[in-house]
Design a protein around this ligand. Structure first.
Ligand SMILES: [Fe+2]
Length: 228
């Protein structure tokens, strides 16, 4: 008899190698965010800052800044490898950045509660500044816990959690399905930790729609066009 755990989740982890100039440029933008946004009333009682919460202030459009063009390129390469590895070279899909935002975890226990990114299909995190060898502030991925637990108390979630912890390291990129629940464990360090999150949408190529796949946004027609 053997148990076969189904529904494995593919998470890509790669340690990138930006040059010193690229690292410095990203840090300048993150430090500016840390310095200026912390004053915002929405963050007065938090131990983290996430630009996503302030999308109305344009802070979810980090990918449009010069400092993050290098990271956009690496993300494009790695996402392509991820999709090809899962679906083969002829998958015909296109990936779009929906939004990207800065995240600061304070040095005295900064954490992020369990959540998913319901608006996206793939999400990524890149650690701009974290202390090498500091194992706190891991990201933990959790399997769904309601698939069978309403029938029997199967400790599947425990099993999944044991393999679902990823250590932050400087310049490490993680790419994962957006509906996978995740959280950030408390970070303890000498200085705040900086990371960047991306939400990606996966569509067909323009004019190449397929059943059950989201068509390319160029194929969409805003309904407001027909409003009087
Ligand atoms: Fe997240």
């Amino acid at each position: 008899m053997s148990l076969q755990w189904l529904f494995p989740t593919p998470v890509l982890q790669v340690d990138l190698e930006p040059d010193a100039e690229t690292v410095a440029a990203m840090n300048v933008e993150m430090e500016s965010f840390d310095r200026n946004v912390f004053l915002h009333p929405e963050f007065s009682d938090r131990n983290n800052l996430t630009g996503d919460l302030l999308g109305h202030a344009g802070l979810d459009q980090l990918h449009r800044m010069d400092a993050f063009q290098w990271l956009n390129q690496r993300l494009a390469e790695q996402t392509s490898l991820y999709l090809e590895g899962l679906l083969g070279p002829k998958h015909g899909l296109e990936v779009h950045i929906q939004k990207a935002w800065p995240v600061v975890c304070s040095q005295d226990g900064g954490s992020i509660e369990l959540h998913t990114h319901r608006n996206a299909q793939l999400s990524a995190v890149f650690y701009v500044r974290t202390e090498a060898g500091n194992s706190s502030g891991e990201i933990e991925f959790q399997a769904p816990d309601d698939y069978f637990s309403h029938v029997m108390a199967i400790p599947y979630r425990d099993a999944a959690v044991s393999g679902g912890m990823f250590s932050p390291e400087p310049n490490r990129l993680l790419l994962f399905p957006s509906d996978l629940r995740h959280r950030v464990m408390p970070y303890e360090g000498q200085s705040p930790r900086y990371s960047v999150s991306y939400d990606l949408a996966i569509t067909t190529a323009s004019g190449q729609g397929k059943e059950m796949r989201m068509p390319h946004p160029m194929d969409w027609v805003p309904l407001t066009m027909f409003s009087s």
